[in-house]
Design a protein around this ligand. Structure first.
Ligand code: SF4
Length: 63
């Protein structure tokens, strides 16, 4: 089964990088913080790229 990314919204600084990299999976919500809107919208390596590049490391794979 595909893994699911999760965003720690308390830690997100709304830099938009994950949205720029993988808009199929991430978007900013009404509060301006990132959320996952389609967990399986992109290949895992693209999601991993967002995880690796988030400046505050607040995206992770769900346990
Ligand atoms: Fe938030 Fe990280 Fe996405 Fe930036 S890359 S918007 S800090 S989750």
């Amino acid at each position: 089964m595909a893994r699911t990314p999760v965003v720690d919204q308390q830690a997100c600084i709304s830099c938009n990088l994950c949205v720029d990299l993988v808009p199929e999976v991430f978007r900013l919500n009404a509060d301006g913080v990132a959320e996952v809107h389609n967990a399986t919208g992109a290949p895992e390596d693209k999601i991993q790229d967002a995880i690796d590049n988030c400046p505050v490391n607040c995206i992770a794979w769900e346990d």
